[in-house]
Design a protein around this ligand. Structure first.
Ligand code: GRF
Length: 286
């Protein structure tokens, strides 16, 4: 339940504890103040008393939680929360800018990038990881999804390459955007058409070099080292129907020393990926 709340409100564990405390203390304070105010009227505890009490605590509650939220550092959260409640009552929609974008992460491996993206979404981003899609039973990313309480979908090759077989599931989960993070199958045209400019990938080298079929994982880093490159890095790009080919959104580089190996290069590249991918996703989905 706590994991779901953390995800829903996009907060970390500490903030969730402070928010719950604010609800509890603010609620008690408003109940106490309501009873004290009603005592001034000398009314008997009958029907009228109950009606007045309900009206009073409804009015006092926003004020009480806002006051308590200040010393607990949760004012911004509660201000937004109360505005949201009022706009629901008044029938106004939340503005376009605050809409949460639901993303699906497609991954086949350990899922270290997926994990960083989930972490960042929980720390107050405007995107939510709503689904993890994986093609390998037992892949690390499935455990990450389970621990974070995120629904996951294990896909099957023949169905996937039909192109639109999994579209209804993506739509049912209200997926707005797809992020590939170590997903090795080529994305079929039907899926690209269904999500135009809404699928991005991260590649562990500086495209257009060291991309294309067969260029994944250690193969990329080995090729870079064998060619005695002086630098490598990461490329975040839109996905089109050709492997590692779509428009480049962002690149970051790292220098390669003479004694670097494919393994040390892989580590440097992972650091860059973890640092930049969540931030770039936040910018692109906006
Ligand atoms: C990353 O290096 C990414 O660039 C590539 O696949 C790898 C996935 O690593 N597309 P992880 O599973 O996120 O650790």
């Amino acid at each position: 339940m706590f994991e779901k709340l953390k995800q829903h409100w996009k907060v970390n564990g500490l903030n969730l504890a402070l928010i719950i405390t604010t609800f509890a203390v603010g609620g008690s304070l408003c109940g106490y103040a309501g009873r004290k105010l009603l005592a001034l009227t000398h009314l008997d505890k009958g029907f009228l008393w109950i009606v007045l009490y309900i009206v009073l605590i409804t009015l006092l509650w926003p004020l009480a939680v806002l006051i308590i939220s200040i010393p607990l550092g949760q004012f911004t959260f509660f201000k937004k929360y109360i505005v949201k409640i009022f706009s629901r009552f008044s029938g106004k929609q939340t503005s376009h800018h605050t809409k949460t974008v639901n993303i699906a992460i497609f991954a086949s491996g350990a899922g270290s990038n997926a994990s960083k993206i989930i972490e960042s979404s929980l720390l107050g981003s405007h995107y939510k990881v709503a689904l993890i899609v994986c093609n390998k039973a037992g892949a690390g990313v499935m455990d990450i999804a389970a621990k974070a309480g995120i629904p996951s979908l294990l896909i099957e090759k023949e169905q996937f390459f039909k192109g639109d077989a999994y579209l209804p599931i993506l739509q049912k989960n209200n997926i707005d955007f797809i992020v590939l993070a170590g997903f090795l199958w080529k994305i079929p045209g039907a899926l690209i058409k269904a999500y135009p400019k809404k699928i991005i990938n991260i590649h562990p080298a500086l495209l257009p070099k060291y991309g294309g079929k067969g260029m994944f994982g250690h193969h990329v880093h080995e090729a870079v080292i064998n060619n005695k490159e002086k630098e490598s890095g990461i490329t975040i790009h839109y996905v089109d129907e050709i492997y590692d080919h779509g428009a480049i959104i962002f690149q970051a580089t790292c220098s390669i020393a003479e004694n670097d190996t494919a393994a040390t290069l892989a580590q440097m590249v992972h650091v860059l990926e973890h640092e930049h991918y969540p931030k770039i996703i936040a910018e692109v989905v906006q």
